[in-house]
Design a protein around this ligand. Structure first.
Ligand code: NAD
Ligand code: TYD
Length: 354
């Protein structure tokens, strides 16, 4: 079996569902269930004995030691993290704890676990660390996309904490021989995405008749990847990735925030037109920019293709259509995640009128 951390969050839940759809190999899913973790994402696995859910913190060494000893996983896929840049600006402390101390704790527990395995099991073990393209910082408009050797230059408390965890993962491989692989992925979108990130926020605000907030001029560029393609890439790395290597995962799909929001609005105009016949883009409003806002991210994903034969299957047009359909078909999920804690965040970030 494999141990997944953060498997009740957006990407971890998609990974868990896709994994158990494709294979009978069980998953132990360790998640603290922060505001971003949601067992409803895993409701379809409620009676599935292949899914063992454990509510707990990746900083809890005793818990991790006991999970490893009891279940003897052949791999760890480490998703658990605080993941939202804007929240990291308001309160960086939790990012340092979960992202840095949590990764350190997992690496140390893995090292101890491996020392008790026989040579064959040790050779087959993998620790996959899920990181982000944001550790590389911001690109100018004409610069080449981030390749694996790009220097680190994180600009937000979130990306700085992820960069720190990457360095720990690298060092545990170099120093202790832990069989670590690391991936740097661009912005994901798809089902179960918590509506504090751009795409789901725009969908749910548009449908609720609320403003669609565009930070600054909206010309910041991200490289968007459908979440299922990210999960498939991680599976390929687990199968054939080489310990000590890093892999950049992206969608070959650079778009400005303005373009993204306009496309989502156009899809909603088609699939769920406003009662008054007005286009959803009329709800777009420019708001204050994010401090330290990175201008552009772009990923060179050729190593994934060359070495592991992976390419994204979805285009942005197909992936965003699937995503918008999913949100339209899961209004209860949206209602349930917009609890009191979500409202507090919206007021803190966008003001009382939002
Ligand atoms: P998310 O915020 O939706 O989910 C994170 C999950 O981790 C939640 O279920 C939460 O409860 C859990 N968690 C947080 N702290 C924990 C702790 N201390 N112990 C145990 N569980 C804890 O995040 P996501 O978007 O699914 O991202 C998953 C990973 O992928 C993160 O490491 C993130 O840095 C990385 N990543 C995300 C994107 C993206 O576009 N979302 C892109 C590249 C990389
Ligand atoms: P986000 O989804 O938070 O991802 P990240 O910051 O990790 O790239 O934001 C994506 C882009 O959208 C980013 O440039 C910030 C911008 N953005 C807005 O313009 N308005 C918003 O309300 C949000 C949440 C993000």
């Amino acid at each position: 079996m494999i141990l997944v951390t953060g498997g009740a969050g957006f990407i971890g839940a998609n990974f868990t569902l896709d994994w158990l759809h494709a294979s009978d190999e069980p998953i132990i899913n360790l998640d603290k269930l922060t505001y971003a973790g949601n067992l409803e994402n895993l409701a379809s696995l409620a009676n599935d004995p292949r899914h063992i859910f454990v509510r707990g913190d990746i900083c809890d060494r005793a818990l991790i030691d006991s999970l490893l000893a009891t279940h003897q996983p052949r791999a760890i896929v480490h998703f658990a993290a605080e993941s939202h840049v804007d929240r990291s600006i308001h309160g960086p402390g939790e990012f340092l704890r979960s992202n840095v101390e949590g990764t350190f704790t997992l690496l140390e527990a893995s090292r101890a676990y491996l020392s008790g395995l026989d040579e064959k099991a040790r050779a087959g073990f993998r620790f996959h660390h899920v990181s982000t393209d944001e550790v590389y910082g911001s690109l100018s408009p004409e610069a080449a996309p981030f390749a694996e050797g790009h220097p680190y230059a994180p600009n937000s408390p979130y990306s700085a904490s992820k960069a720190a965890s990457d360095h720990l993962a690298r060092a545990w491989h170099k120093t202790y021989g832990l069989p670590v692989t690391t991936s740097h992925c661009s912005n994901n979108y798809g089902p179960f995405h918590f509506p504090e990130k751009l795409i789901p926020l725009v969908i749910v605000n548009a449908l609720a008749g609320k403003p669609l907030p565009i930070y600054g001029d909206g010309l910041q560029v991200r490289d968007w990847l459908y979440v299922g393609d990210h999960c498939a890439a991680i599976c390929r790395i687990l199968e054939d990735g080489r310990p000590g290597e890093t892999y950049n995962i992206g969608g070959w799909n650079e778009m400005s925030n303005l373009e993204i929001v306009r496309q989502v609005c156009a899809l909603l105009d088609e699939l769920r037109p406003r009662a008054d016949g007005q286009p959803y883009r009329s709800q777009m409003v420019h708001v204050a920019d994010r401090p330290g806002h990175d201008r552009r991210y772009a990923i060179d994903a050729r190593k994934m293709e060359r070495e592991l034969g992976w390419r994204p299957k979805e285009t942005f047009a197909s992936g965003i259509r699937r995503t918008v359909h999913w949100y339209l078909e899961h209004e209860d999920w949206v209602k349930n995640v917009q609890s009191g804690a979500y409202q507090e965040w919206v007021t803190k970030q966008y003001g009382a009128e939002s």
